[in-house]
Write a protein that binds this ligand. Structure first.
Ligand code: ASP
Length: 612
């Protein structure tokens, strides 16, 4: 019997847990039937089992006319034949009337499917189980939505009933793959390279700079813990403590408000090493990703290419370039300098003034300078360009027929960022029109290096902030500049970019207390007192050290091509940072707040709402 479309994904699951396991690990396949009374999972039975009596447990995925049902568990689907004879009327009654998604136990005999009724697309498609006995372990009430992978549900509803959404093939796949990848990472780090898995506290104190932290009240009046934005200080202190190689699957917290595709709590693969340089950390991460990469996603080629921050900005207009496609930014300042165009001349007269362009292949539907088939240009600019200059421009930009060029004039960084955004937008538009620029099945890793150590603060450009974090060491050849012109210092900070998303970042750290104090107090104007423990530790023989953190949620979402990181987190928060299933955050009573010496000062509207 052909399976209805809704069973498509589950049906093809080649025994989900086992297939992933094979791809992910060199060790023996796991035994899914240990410690329980089932004999097999729902994805396991084959022709070789014919004649055996088996006991399966699972959810009713589908039931038809009291004749058969499809039983599902994490590993796949098995067709169960409902007996029609008098002697089994009780079993028939039970299985025909159980609502879908009820959880049942079925014991029966594995039989070959009648000739012609095999389902080649289903791993268990050669057999069916003739039910002898059955038990409804828990009946399912009417579902808020059907558990069909192809039915689009609103994300809010999916999150409210997350435990039901977790039954879908896609989420099972994502979470199981995530688990396998993490296991491989542990193997690589601990077993092959001697890293130590250390848990660090999640109740700590404020760290200066960087993201906003969540506060946790304490029973000491006016004193609060902070949930760390990362284990940064602890991992450095572990190096001072001689641990030498640390790693942790670390939960991190950032109170960044509503940001698309960010979570207030997220997971990092956090790493720190002593006596290492930038190249050492890069080789470690390349090896780690190569070792843990799922077989079904191809292989990872190393070493990853590398680009400086300045190159990334100049060519792609961003510090996380998507290098899967071209359309790089080109500087045409010199070409246009010769022309008498007022806005161009204006832009070029400023410090770092520039005119740059991107050429969008086949972008004629989008706009501005278009190369016509007769070789001329359609553009507002053409009135300033003679024929010779037009063809020079065509050559300089390597324009083909129907290509479109977008220009921007102004300050270097602003121009690059604007064109960088337009480049990505244009790629979206072209892809919406059917061109494939970014194949989701290809993975382009890239190191971005030589960041500036400090950047002007967005809200007040006369003040500086760390481009990475205040513990990052200056580039060895720029150390002297730290004391004379900190804005010119490059850092030993490196980011790992995958397909245009930042999936990791780290640095070689400052290990001299004197230099760390100078950066905090003199450059960043921070109160170094909050970090006195770290500064003191650096004075007690701290080894040179460095590290990195990989954003696990983002990495896995790219590997499985999920639209959001929420699709690879079992219980994610909503866009506004809420848990829609359990309704967190929630109110607490004034009595519960009392030990913390806290009172809520209600905004008027909420006070009235609460009183009414
Ligand atoms: N703690 C840093 C971060 O969370 C990573 C690092 O520097 O190792 O971005």
């Amino acid at each position: 019997m052909a399976l209805p479309r809704l069973l498509r994904l589950w049906a093809r699951a080649p025994g989900l847990g086992r297939a992933l396991h094979r791809a992910g690990s060199a060790s023996v396949a796991p035994d899914f039937n240990s410690f329980v009374t089932r004999t097999n999972t729902c994805g396991e039975l084959r022709s070789a089992h014919v004649g055996q009596e088996v006991t399966l447990y699972g959810w009713i995925q589908y039931q038809r006319q009291g004749l058969f049902l499809v039983l599902r568990d994490f590993q796949g689907l098995t067709q169960v034949i409902i007996p029609q004879d008098e002697a089994h009327s009780h079993v028939k009654q039970l299985l025909s009337n159980a609502p879908v998604e009820s959880v049942v136990r079925v014991t029966g005999i594995v039989s070959p499917r009648p000739p012609g009724q095999e389902n080649l697309k289903m791993p268990t498609g050669d057999i069916e189980v003739k039910a002898e006995t059955a038990e409804i372990l828990n009946s399912c009430k009417k579902l808020p939505f059907e558990i069909k992978d192809f039915i689009k549900k609103s994300e809010a509803l999916r999150m409210q009933y997350r435990y039901l959404d977790l039954r879908s093939y896609q989420l099972q796949y994502n979470l199981r793959l995530r688990s396998q990848i993490v296991m491989r990472m542990r193997e690589y780090l601990c077993n092959l390279h001697g890293f130590v898995d250390v848990e660090t506290p999640t109740l700590f104190k404020r760290t200066p700079g960087g993201a906003k932290e969540f506060l946790v009240p304490s029973r000491e009046a006016g004193k609060f813990y902070s949930l760390p934005q990362s284990p940064q200080q602890f991992k450095q202190l572990l190096m001072v403590g001689g641990l030498d190689r640390y790693f942790q699957v670390a939960r991190c917290y950032r109170d960044e408000g509503s940001r698309p595709d960010r979570q207030p709590e997220f997971t990092q693969i956090d790493i720190e090493m002593s006596f290492v340089d930038q190249a050492g950390i890069q080789r470690l991460i390349e090896g780690l990703l190569q070792y843990s990469w799922p077989e079904e996603r191809g292989c990872v080629t190393t070493p990853f290419p590398s680009m400086t921050y300045e190159e990334a900005l100049a060519e792609y207009g961003t510090d996380k370039p998507d290098t899967r496609f071209g359309m790089k930014i080109m500087d045409i300042s010199d070409f246009l300098r010769r022309l008498d165009i007022q806005f161009v001349q204006n832009a070029l007269s400023y410090p770092r003034g520039t005119v740059k362009a991107i050429c969008i292949p086949q972008g004629a539907e989008i706009m501005e300078i278009i190369r016509r088939p007769d070789g001329s240009l359609k553009s507002l600019l053409t009135k300033f360009l003679g024929e010779k200059q037009q063809s020079e421009l065509i050559q300089a930009l390597n324009m083909q027929v129907d290509d479109v060029v977008l220009l921007a004039a102004g300050e270097h960084k602003q121009v690059c960022s604007a064109l960088g955004s337009l480049r990505l937008e244009s790629a979206d538009i072209l892809e919406a029109a059917g061109l494939v620029l970014r194949d989701p099945a290809t993975f382009h890793f890239l190191w971005v290096v030589d960041f500036p150590l400090f950047l002007p603060k967005e809200e007040n450009p006369t003040e500086l902030e760390s481009a990475h974090h205040p513990f990052t060491a200056p580039h060895p050849s720029d150390t002297n500049l730290l004391y004379s012109d900190p804005t010119k210092v490059r850092s030993q900070h490196y980011d790992l970019v995958l397909n245009g998303s930042e999936v990791g970042g780290g640095s070689i750290r400052i290990h001299s207390a004197e230099q760390q104090r100078f950066v905090l107090e003199k450059v960043l104007k921070e109160d170094s007192e909050v970090l006195s423990h770290l500064l003191e530790a650096l004075e007690f023989g701290a080894p040179p050290h460095g590290g990195i953190a990989l954003g696990l949620d983002r990495l896995i979402s790219l590997i499985v091509d999920a639209p959001s990181i929420r699709d690879v987190i079992a219980f994610p928060k909503s866009f506004r940072g809420r848990d829609l299933m359990g309704s967190a955050p929630d109110y607490v009573t004034p009595e519960e707040l009392e030990p913390y010496h806290i009172q809520v000062s209600w905004p008027l509207a909420e006070k009235e709402a609460k009183q009414s």
